[in-house]
Design a binder for this molecule. Structure first.
Ligand code: SAM
Length: 277
């Protein structure tokens, strides 16, 4: 594991992830110079429910193709490339983890999407963008590493145009108690910050958003997490998957994800919000 000062970045950084992804794709017979977002979806949609969850959130949002979108916590770039490829929108991604940003750029070149999607390394709490510069701010499974939600949501509001939309897929704290660790976003509680859906909703409203749609997706997430935990029991994951990102304890993470949802220690929601004022 790389020696990084920020514990969240250290959690997500592993050696040779880009090479491991390309080797897995080659093993599957893909032409790694000419990839599609579909080829990459098993590994670069790094959130609960993967590609189907991205489609679901995009459909809730209702993109026309003319929007300029900011993806906060863009990871390896799966959702941003899919939105650009499928809906034709222009996307900028920002992520704390420098290695993810490098890999996102490398995969974007290989999918021919340079010019439609760009990435930069940075902190969601200090967004390096002009006020009112995006039609949509999008974020999937990134806020659970961020304690200061007030600052996060106010920053998202600032970069949105008046009337702009915020599309969120987030993990929330459930009534069942603290999560079992390790999970995909944290090996220990020190970098995990979950809040209940009610607290999050109130926080968003205080930050200057109106709720357009709020959807509890815990049941769907549980089914998908339980399927994944079952399919990987026995230690032989498919060649291309998010286990490549997660390191040696990927099996425990998959198992805990399903268990946390089952015991309602975690919940998942989708929300579409509108910037007021
Ligand atoms: C579970 S991954 C999700 C990646 C991507 N949204 C996806 O769905 O494929 C969480 C991401 O949030 C990023 N992240 C966590 N805290 C952040 C922060 N303060 N600022 C920017 N990115 C952050 C991590 O580096 C990681 O890439």
């Amino acid at each position: 594991m790389a020696d990084l000062a920020n514990p969240v970045e250290a959690h997500y950084t592993s050696d040779d992830l880009g090479a491991a992804i390309l080797a897995a794709l080659q093993g599957l017979g893909k032409d790694i110079e000419h990839l599609t977002p579909d080829d990459l979806a098993p590994v670069d949609e790094f959130h609960g429910g993967q590609r189907p969850a991205t489609i679901r959130l995009a459909e809730l949002l209702g993109l026309t193709g003319a929007e300029r979108v900011l993806d906060v916590g863009s990871g390896l770039g799966g959702p941003s490339r899919f939105l650009a490829w499928h809906y034709g929108v222009q996307v900028s991604g920002i992520d704390l983890t420098a290695e993810f940003v490098r890999i996102a750029e490398m995969l974007t070149r290989r999918t021919g999407l340079v010019g439609k999607v760009d990435y930069r390394q940075g902190d969601a709490l200090d967004l390096p963008f002009e006020d009112a510069s995006f039609d949509v701010v999008w974020s999937q499974n990134a806020a659970m590493n961020i304690a200061d939600r007030d600052r996060l949501y106010r920053g998202m509001r600032r970069v949105l145009k008046p009337g702009g939309k915020l599309a969120l897929q987030e993990v929330a704290a459930g009534p069942g108690g603290p999560p079992h660790f390790p999970v995909q976003w944290a090996r220990e509680p020190a970098i995990s910050f979950l809040f209940s859906a009610e607290v999050t909703r109130a926080n968003l409203q205080e930050a200057g958003f109106r709720v357009v749609t709020w959807q509890d997706t815990t049941q769907e997430a549980l089914e998908s997490a339980a399927r994944r935990a079952r399919n990987t029991t026995g230690g032989s994951p498919p060649p291309l998957g998010t286990h490549l990102i997660l390191g040696d304890d990927w099996q425990a993470m998959f198992k805990n994800s399903a268990r946390n949802l089952e015991e309602r220690r975690t919940e998942l929601f989708n929300a579409i919000l509108e910037r007021t004022g």
